[in-house]
Design a protein around this ligand. Structure first.
Ligand code: NAD
Ligand code: GLY
Length: 378
């Protein structure tokens, strides 16, 4: 079998009801060079493709992707956005709609997101809304996007002060992941992605998500040489996420909310620092520690398990200390403003009994939260 044979990269399918909406996730080193056959295998007729990417990713991978797709007959237009969260806005979406219009895209054409979570969320939002839906292909290039944001169909832009304030659930036609692109990703971004990876270890045994041997054990064993196991690690994260999303695509039953472990605290840390100091995955690590401490205070989770979590984070070099000077009362106010809070109650996802299990709690008192937010040292 040639290394460019798409079958060399056998996907697993994320099941979304009804059955026709299931889609493949291809994970294999070298997949970026196989993008053309993979795309042709799923969306065969030569079509127009609008590639949305950011400046950095375009400078490294843009030409390779464009040339490859042109060679097999796709008509390519590339739209480049500035790097970073500041691009996840309605004006950026409008610029993409204009590019789609200028390129003459129709509803059977493809919007291909080549980049991290910012590109994926923004391009996904445009794919969901332009002409009420274009085919969306996710080609994630950060660790965070490969293990989380490209899978499961949450697409959005930020609106005023609300992160992901305007968005949709819109599943892609396929996700193509090449772990090799992580070789150019800065260390800080890798660590931010590892924050979400550890999260999967903390929620993996929840409902249908528990697949094989413990993912957290796997991370503990491999912590010193993760580079060697990225394909497997990414696959395990995507499988856990796929199992959860299949069960609760639009976060109705509460199962999908388990993916938000640590995020209530994390969003407050991000908002309190104007979304400029912390990367999302960095805030999630700090938020997960707070979730462990809150669970301990509520007698839901033993300290020995929190220490296991701390040890893994330290081995992976993840920072657990929130920026200094953040007022607990300010953080609590921000937690109440989070779009997941309702009727003045915050829904906390907390670790439960042992690593791998979580539980939702919406009856935590103000004082209990404040006491955890004031508890600075780990
Ligand atoms: P990002 O998209 O901002 O990318 C980070 C930086 O890495 C950018 O400067 C980018 O140019 C650069 N980069 C990307 N790939 C590269 C590569 N292979 N080599 C070199 N540089 C590369 O950040 P992110 O962490 O991927 O995404 C964060 C966003 O994801 C946030 O907006 C967050 O809200 C969103 N998110 C969405 C979901 C979801 O379910 N939809 C889940 C988690 C996070
Ligand atoms: N990243 C959370 C979710 O996809 O639901």
């Amino acid at each position: 079998m040639s290394s460019l044979d798409p079958l060399a990269s056998s996907p697993f399918w994320i099941k979304i009801a009804p059955q026709e909406r299931a889609y493949p996730i291809y994970i294999q080193p070298g997949n970026l060079s196989r993008l053309a056959p993979l795309l042709l295998g799923r969306l065969p007729a030569p079509k127009k493709v609008l590639i949305v990417t950011d400046k950095t990713v375009h400078s490294i991978y843009g030409e390779q992707v464009k040339n490859q797709l042109e060679e097999v007959g796709y008509t390519i237009t590339t739209h480049i956005i500035p790097d970073g969260e500041a691009s996840k806005t309605l004006p950026s979406a409008e610029a993409i709609y204009s590019a789609a219009l200028d390129a003459g895209l129709g509803r059977k054409d493809i919007l291909l997101a080549l980049g991290g979570g910012v590109v994926g969320d923004l391009a996904g939002f445009c794919a969901a809304t332009f002409y009420r839906g274009l085919f969306l292909v996710q080609v994630p290039t950060t660790l965070l996007a490969q293990v989380d944001s490209s899978v499961g169909g949450k697409v959005a832009v930020n609106f005023k002060t609300v992160k992901n304030g305007v968005g949709a659930f819109y599943q892609p036609q396929m996700v193509v992941i090449d772990p090799r692109v992580l070789s150019t990703l800065p260390e800080r971004q890798i660590k931010a992605g590892l924050g979400e990876v550890v999260k999967y270890g903390l929620i993996e045994k929840t409902r249908g998500a528990y697949i094989r041997e413990s993912f957290f054990d796997f991370l503990e064993i491999q912590a010193d040489n993760l580079l060697d196991v990225y394909p497997l690690l990414i696959e395990r994260c995507c499988q856990i996420k796929a199992a959860i999303v299949s069960e609760d695509e639009t976060e109705q039953s509460g199962i999908r909310a388990y993916l938000n472990l640590g995020h209530t605290f994390a969003h407050a840390y991000e908002a309190a620092t104007d979304y400029t100091q912390l990367l999302h995955g960095e805030a999630v690590v700090m938020g997960m520690l707070k979730a462990c401490q809150l669970a301990e205070a509520l007698h839901l989770f033993p300290n020995s398990e929190t220490r296991r979590f701390l040890k893994l984070c330290k081995t992976l070099g993840l920072n657990l200390e929130p920026p200094e000077g953040l007022e607990p009362n300010t953080l609590l106010t921000l937690m109440h403003q989070d779009k997941k809070a309702s009727n003045n109650t915050i829904n906390f996802i907390l670790p439960h009994q042992e690593i791998g299990y979580v539980v939702a709690r919406n009856n935590v008192t103000r004082d209990q939260v404040l006491s955890i937010l004031s508890f600075d040292k780990n």
